[in-house]
Write a protein that binds this ligand. Structure first.
Ligand SMILES: *Cc1c(COP(=O)(O)O)cnc(C)c1O
Length: 226
């Protein structure tokens, strides 16, 4: 794919996002985070040249390596993966724009301690395991509001901006939709939040129609023949 072909490809995705967003409201704004976890710094540069600024990684080592390789570019880095406790300091040092996968009380407490020691703060989303899948991390829907309130109350260095969820892993659209609706209902009940991050390459239109205002797109943003 040359640059023009790549631009046309991305334009088509933006049109699909537009069509879904307009169904919600003309005023509904959706932010795209390009998930670059399977891509190189060079791939990121190509997408940057056609206008993309926000990128997401799911391993701290990769995040740091790509930040270093691309430090000249004004990029916004999101962390979207599971976080092992021994990577907490490295993540804090990397200063992500948004840590989207805060998924337990234990992790919140550990993060709070480290942030407090380093006299800094971090913007985070609470990850919700909306379809209660064993293979996924995240708080169960019935525990989400309580954990959210706990973090707000006990973790002053964590700025909770909203929620993140991965749609149910199935081809049954109704089940995926239900998982998005579950997350959105929780989002609606929270005070002072602005981000509902849900929707990936295979289900972003449905996620937007269910209220998502941040989508995390990997494979569609980085086609194989790049
Ligand atoms: C990999 C990943 C994505 C992007 O997945 P695609 O299906 O390639 O769009 C989004 N969110 C999370 C948490 C991921 O790990």
């Amino acid at each position: 794919m040359n640059e023009l072909e790549y631009k046309i490809h991305i334009d088509k995705i933006i049109e699909r996002i537009e069509a879904a967003r307009i169904k919600v409201s003309e005023h509904h704004i959706v932010k795209v985070v390009a998930v670059s976890k399977y891509n190189t710094a060079e791939d990121i540069t190509k997408l940057y040249s056609i206008g993309q600024r926000a990128f997401g990684e799911n391993r701290v080592q990769d995040l740091v390596a790509k930040q270093d390789a691309l430090e000249e570019l004004p990029l916004e880095w999101h962390y979207i993966g599971n976080l092992q406790r021994n990577k907490l300091n490295a993540l804090i040092k990397a200063e992500p724009f948004l840590f989207q996968s805060l998924d337990s009380k234990e992790l919140a407490n550990a993060l709070q301690r480290r942030l407090h020691d380093k006299e800094t703060t971090m913007d985070c989303l609470l990850q919700i395991n909306s379809a209660k899948e064993e293979t996924k991390s995240g708080v169960y829907p019935e525990d989400a509001i309580e954990l959210f309130s706990y973090i707000r109350e006990h973790c002053p260095n964590i700025n909770l901006k909203g929620v993140m969820s991965i749609g149910a892993h199935t081809d049954a659209q109704a089940v995926v939709k239900e998982s998005f609706e579950t997350t959105f209902k929780i989002y609606e009940q929270l005070d002072n939040v602005s981000i509902c991050s849900m929707g990936m390459s295979g289900d972003f239109e449905l996620a937007i129609e269910c209220g998502s205002n941040m989508i995390r797109l990997g494979s569609v943003m980085f086609p194989k023949e790049l």
